[in-house]
Design a protein around this ligand. Structure first.
Ligand code: F6P
Length: 559
């Protein structure tokens, strides 16, 4: 792979620097004098309607951002990713999550293997499993039908399935419900299994590496829980043979490491594979989504994948000047690098998307929270901003104050759908319309603000006029879709995947490794003996850690 282009040496960067210095943000004035602005800066990508017009840009800025994309080789890098080149250089891997959603009629040969064929073989196995669980053909050890599927995973093996399960609740078919255990805090597994009947519970252990401490610990605790409860109920006799039979009927796995699955005691016949070219945070559309295929049914899962694919095609085929993920990624670069924006809010006006920001935090921050470039050199600009958010309108009554009147520039994405899942009325008022009115009002208030004269005209006492002024010129992007369907959820995820990729390309970083999470994992294993009371291990710690562990040892009530 060629060395990354230093974006700051490009003519486009120079142009953007000048444009940023000269820019006098005036969204009020820009809209007043340019009736074509909203239309010119609004785009569609598959079912998504994306309005960029309330951003701090004019035609010259957009043109320079597009030039930046061209000059850092965005299209070439994108094509290299889609083709399976090993762009994840620190792990020497291809990055092929886009292959996970290609239709079976496609073909993509990488290292002599048609990965699309592989993908569809696994999908068929997942769908077959989902159908068997749904129909009751798959039975637990007592012969009872499965009523609850518990996905055990963390990070990419959890956040995607949880987020999508919540987002697509109206599409969950009658049949098994899903739960998700991720945290190694034992509270998680205890709470999630407290009211479950082991005879009707199936665990999916999802782990790309099948080495993750949290997941394997939780899986072992779940296995102990299952066997103990089944023994108490007299459903198994405690013999190795019956335990193995119970595990084979109540545990399946999703992993790239099928040997480790077998070592755990799960029959590899009950394991769904994926490949090292799928990053954990890009894996909800692989077998990691097995819990979703069970809950939503294969047809909905297929629609979900088709949604991703629609945006993949848009990103691959659309010129940069109207390529929505590329433009949104370049806009993020504009704010991070030219306006020192350190964070980015994502504000879905859809309660079902209440875990979307949490999902995006891993996608964006594990991808672009990097300080070195693909050739090992230090980055030359700021990189990955903090993504955060909550659904509107809850956020309005919590943190919007800071977005409206605080001293930091926080670009925000507003997301809403036209058709609600629940078209309820409050008297004559359509509640979804009230909800959307808030979406539109907030983006308007952020863009256009309220001047001191407008505040005065309301009869406000002069002393408090300044506190009631809204400066405006707070940038937002509005994303709308017809409804929150499986396809639209897939489209939204793919949109942000490609936004993230675009930013990574400009910054010259590898968005597909995550070495920054390793040190803490190693240290936890070193400190664990000290926490368990090993005096030598405790003595080896730094003074602060020693004091904290000692506090724990002195205060732990063992009941
Ligand atoms: O520690 C970070 C990480 O590797 C994530 O990238 C990944 O999604 C998560 O842990 C879980 O990993 P696995 O699926 O291998 O259990």
């Amino acid at each position: 792979m060629s060395a990354p282009v230093d974006p700051t040496t490009t003519p486009a960067w120079e142009k953007l620097t000048q444009l940023a210095a000269d820019l006098q943000p005036d969204l009020r004035g820009w809209f007043a004098t340019d009736p074509g602005r909203a239309e010119r800066f609004s785009f569609t990508a598959a079912d998504l309607y994306v309005d960029l017009s309330k951003n701090l840009v004019d035609d010259a800025v957009i043109a320079a951002l597009v030039e930046l994309g061209e000059q850092v080789g965005l299209a070439e890098r994108r094509d290299a990713m889609y083709a399976g080149e090993k762009i994840n250089v620190t792990e020497n891997r291809s990055v092929l999550h886009t292959a996970l959603r290609r239709p079976r009629t496609d073909s993509l040969v990488v290292d002599g293997t048609d990965v699309v064929v592989q993908v569809h073989e696994v999908l068929e196995a997942v769908y077959d499993f989902a159908n068997r669980v749904r129909s009751g053909e798959w039975k637990g050890v007592t012969g009872a039908q499965i009523k609850t599927v518990v996905n055990i995973g963390i990070g990419g093996s959890d956040l995607g399935p949880v987020m999508v399960y919540e987002a697509l609740k109206p599409y969950v078919q009658a049949g098994p419900e899903c739960r998700f255990v991720s945290n190694i805090d034992p509270t998680d597994v205890v709470e999630k299994t407290a009211d479950l009947n082991p005879a009707t519970t199936l665990f999916i252990v999802a782990s790309k590496t099948f080495t993750t401490l949290e997941t394997l610990t939780n899986a072992r605790m779940a296995r102990d829980w299952l066997l103990a409860k089944l023994r108490d109920a007299g459903a198994v006799d405690g013999s190795e043979r019956m335990d193995a039979d119970a595990i084979s009927k109540h545990f399946v796995a999703v992993s790239t490491a099928l040997d480790k699955v077998a070592a755990f005691g799960i029959d590899p016949a009950n394991a769904f594979g994926f490949w090292d070219w799928v990053g954990g945070r890009y894996s909800v559309d692989s077998a990691v989504g097995t819990s979703l295929a069970v809950a939503l049914g294969p047809d909905n899962f297929a629609d979900f994948l088709a949604g991703f694919n629609a945006i993949d095609r848009h990103f691959a085929q659309t010129p940069l000047a109207s390529n929505v993920p590329a433009l949104m990624g370049l806009l993020n670069v504009w704010y991070v690098n030219f306006f020192k924006a350190g964070s980015h809010a994502v504000l879905p006006y859809a309660q079902y998307l209440h875990r979307f920001a949490a999902y995006l935090q891993q996608l964006t921050m594990e991808s672009n929270g990097k300080g070195v470039r693909t050739d090992g050199s230090e980055v030359v600009t700021e990189t990955g901003e903090i993504f955060w958010g909550e659904p509107g309108t809850n956020g309005q009554h919590a943190f919007y104050q800071l977005i409206h009147q605080g001293t930091q520039l926080i670009p925000a994405d507003f997301i809403a759908v036209a058709t609600p899942a629940h078209p309820l009325k409050d008297g004559d008022a359509d509640v979804h319309e009230l909800f959307l009115a808030n979406f539109f009002a907030q983006t308007k208030a952020l863009a256009f603000g309220k001047t001191a004269d407008e505040v005065r005209a309301e009869g406000t006492a002069e002393a408090i006029v300044p506190a009631r002024v809204f400066p405006g010129n707070r940038p937002t992007t509005s994303i709308m879709a017809p409804a929150l369907t499986p396809s639209v959820v897939g489209q939204l995820i793919a949109l942000y995947e490609h936004i993230t990729f675009t930013q990574g390309v400009v910054w010259g970083i590898n968005s597909f490794d995550q070495w920054g999470v390793e040190l803490g994992k190693q240290l936890a294993m070193q400190i664990a003996p000290a926490v368990a009371g090993d005096a030598d291990a405790l003595a080896a710690q730094d003074a602060s850690t020693k004091a904290l562990v000692s506090y724990y040892l002195a205060n732990r009530d063992r009941g």
